[in-house]
Write a protein that binds this ligand. Structure first.
Ligand SMILES: Cc1cc2nc3c(=O)[nH]c(=O)nc-3n(C[C@H](O)[C@H](O)[C@H](O)COP(=O)(O)OP(=O)(O)OC[C@H]3O[C@@H](n4cnc5c(N)ncnc54)[C@H](O)[C@@H]3O)c2cc1C
Length: 434
């Protein structure tokens, strides 16, 4: 076999199919049906472990644009999702049984794919391999991966929300560093006493997401959910991430009662995260409660805070833009394990690995998609050096901004879509991928 793919989930099936569809042979290993992660229930491949929605299909959303890019690239799983589609307004939702069953049938009957039902514990670094064992990788494989990449593997997500820079109310925040030391790298969002007290009261009573038993773990002080910190006492946050000392609000000339700090997520400063706001609140509650911070009253959330079990590599340190381990260039990492977040993002990553594995087999250099596409910019994001890396989903914040300022939000998003698809088409023509 020319390529081994480990994991027949969303990313693994997409990668295996692409390689086999291009006339190459694949060994596809999955621990199902004998062994399964705590979230997987069926014996089928490409199982959707939670929601049956693949999110929006509207062109003015990043998720919709990602789907258009995948369609242009001939994505197998998206084609099957359309065949299994159920009505869901502007979203692409599927009958999960039909979706997985169709994919399993096609993969199992493909003459170029050999299926092996076992738990992989290791892989041969000298052979082309795609590792796509997902956020709940089973067995010792994660430990072997961790030791090969020098410990750069995480087993838990504790992410703070990220908001679109354009949606932050600049009249209600100021750029400064504490005691004016260093660069003004943070945007500081002041709160007066009444606003802070109302915020604490809503935060402690807000609805939290249910955690699976396998998601629970001890709370470490360094990544304590903000709602748990607020429960410890009304002033606990003011002595922690919201401490106002060292700041003077230029709008009032006084020290604020509390300060929420926003830190840029990328060099272009199109996205900001809420420092210290890792949270387990439901997404709607994050919008409602964090919207009480005056600077975030109209914030557009690009990524919500999450706290759950998630195995993923520290991709900025160990992954190249072609989705290979820098120290082991025969090894591709696909799907959630590579630091992307979400069903369709995982499929996209499987497709990138499949395309590049084929190119290497055919003696061509691997490729990276244009930065102006959601797929290309997601790869740029996850492979760019940054402290405290957390997985990322598709959003417009990862795309390079337009050269001219487009005030109208819908027009801005339409222009992202046009730019992406036209650059993708040129890229496909230049690289024989049409
Ligand atoms: C509980 C949970 C709920 C989620 N809900 C959503 C959601 O609603 N929407 C969303 O967009 N994203 C969701 N995600 C995030 C992510 O999109 C999914 O986990 C997605 O399935 C990831 O795709 P993947 O291909 O990387 O991994 P998976 O789809 O999990 O596929 C991994 C495959 O590898 C196999 N495997 C694992 N270990 C081994 C091994 N050692 N040897 C051989 N085979 C192995 C597994 O059996 C599985 O078939 C959720 C994640 C979790 C953990």
């Amino acid at each position: 076999m020319e390529v081994t793919v480990i994991g027949a989930g969303l990313a693994g099936c997409e990668a295996a199919y692409r390689i086999a569809a291009c006339g190459h042979t694949v060994r596809l290993i999955d621990c199902k049906p004998d062994t399964a992660s705590p979230a997987h229930r069926s014996g089928n491949f490409a199982e959707l472990v939670c929601s049956n929605s693949l999110k929006s299909d509207e062109p003015t959303t990043a998720s919709g644009l990602l789907k258009r890019e995948l369609r242009a690239l001939g994505c197998f799983l998206l084609r099957e999702a359309e065949a299994a589609r159920v009505p869901a307004g502007g979203a692409l939702a599927v009958d999960r049984e039909v979706f997985s069953h169709r994919i399993t049938q096609i993969i199992r009957s493909h003459p170029g794919i050999e299926i092996v039902g076992e738990t992989a514990q290791d892989w041969n670094v000298n052979e082309l391999t795609v590792i796509a064992t997902g956020p709940l990788t089973v067995g010792k494989l994660a430990d072997v991966l961790q030791s090969r990449i020098g410990g750069a593997l995480h087993f838990y997500d504790a992410a703070a929300p990220v908001v679109d820079a354009m949606s932050i109310e600049r009249a209600h925040c100021f750029a400064a560093s504490r005691y004016d030391k260093g660069d003004s790298d943070y945007l500081n969002c002041p709160m007066d006493k009444d606003t802070y007290l109302a915020f604490v009261s809503e935060l402690v009573s807000a609805e939290r997401a249910q955690q699976h038993a396998f998601d629970r773990r001890e709370i470490f002080e360094g990544c304590m959910p903000i709602e748990i910190m607020a429960e410890r006492g009304v002033d606990t946050m003011r002595f922690g991430p919201l401490r106002p000392v060292g700041f003077v609000d230029p709008h009032t000339g006084k020290r604020p009662y509390a300060v929420v700090q926003l830190r840029a997520e990328n060099n272009e400063r199109t996205m900001y995260n809420l420092v210290g706001f890792q949270t387990n609140l439901k997404f709607g509650e994050q919008r409602r409660v964090f919207g009480m911070i005056p600077a975030l009253a109209h914030a557009e959330f690009l990524r919500y805070g999450v706290m759950h079990r998630n195995t993923y590599i520290d991709s900025p340190r160990v992954l190249d833009v072609y989705s290979r381990l820098r120290d082991f260039p025969n090894t591709f990492i696909a799907g959630q394990l590579s630091g992307v977040e979400g069903y369709v993002e995982s499929i996209a990553s499987g497709l990138v690995c499949g395309i590049n594995a084929v190119r290497i087999l055919e003696g061509k250099p691997p490729v990276t998609l244009p930065d102006t596409t959601v797929i290309g910019s997601l790869y740029r994001y996850i492979t760019t050096a940054q402290a405290d890396f957390q997985p990322m989903n598709a959003n417009f914040g990862v795309l390079p901004p337009h050269e001219e300022h487009i005030r109208d939000k819908t027009k801005r998003k339409e222009r992202y879509c046009e730019r992406s698809l036209s650059d993708l088409y040129e890229f496909q023509k230049a690289n024989d991928l049409v």
